[in-house]
Write a protein that binds this ligand. Sequence first.
Ligand SMILES: [Zn+2]
Length: 201
Amino acid sequence: MIRADLHIHTTYSFDSTIQPKTLVEKLVAHDFIKIAAVTDHDTAKGCVITRHLASAYPDVLIIPGVEISTPQGDIMVLGTDEMPSKPWTVEGVVDFARDRGCVSVVAHPYREYGLGDLAMNYNFDAVEVLNGVSSLSDNKLAQDLAKSMSLPGVAGSDAHQPSELYSVYTEVQASLDIDEILKALKKGLVAVHSVGKSIHF
Ligand SMILES: [Zn+2]
């Protein structure tokens, strides 16, 4: 079983102050979260750099990913450092993920830039039901969405500054291996948790 923060922005996102080096250092130092997905806005550069830095530490793992801005809302793709071709449509991004064996995730569906109920029209793999910076009520709505779509729910901090890192995590029944983790996510072998008592649930 592993524990992973599946939604993190580095300085390769226009709105984050988290240096890849800081992300890795805090992962190395963390008591039990040893896996993180780097999901910058519309670029995979951050995950490539972060993966390289993390490769020096055998007990930590960076899952490559990206958070794509479509006109309808944000979508995370976990498991690739490639970018879908433009224009970015919801259907196009979901198909891109499926073709590569990646995991497509409805990011914070009921917050600004979220897909909301529209997500139901597409073939997603998972819904982000616990987002570290979303409100309790937005996360609750996301949980209901996952239930109605019969999809697994995942958790990610959506950290944009170092203090927000690793506030929530997804427990996955898999070992320290990206393919195994992606498969387990799709199968729903997951549970979501918050760290400490400051955050929702
Ligand atoms: Zn985000």
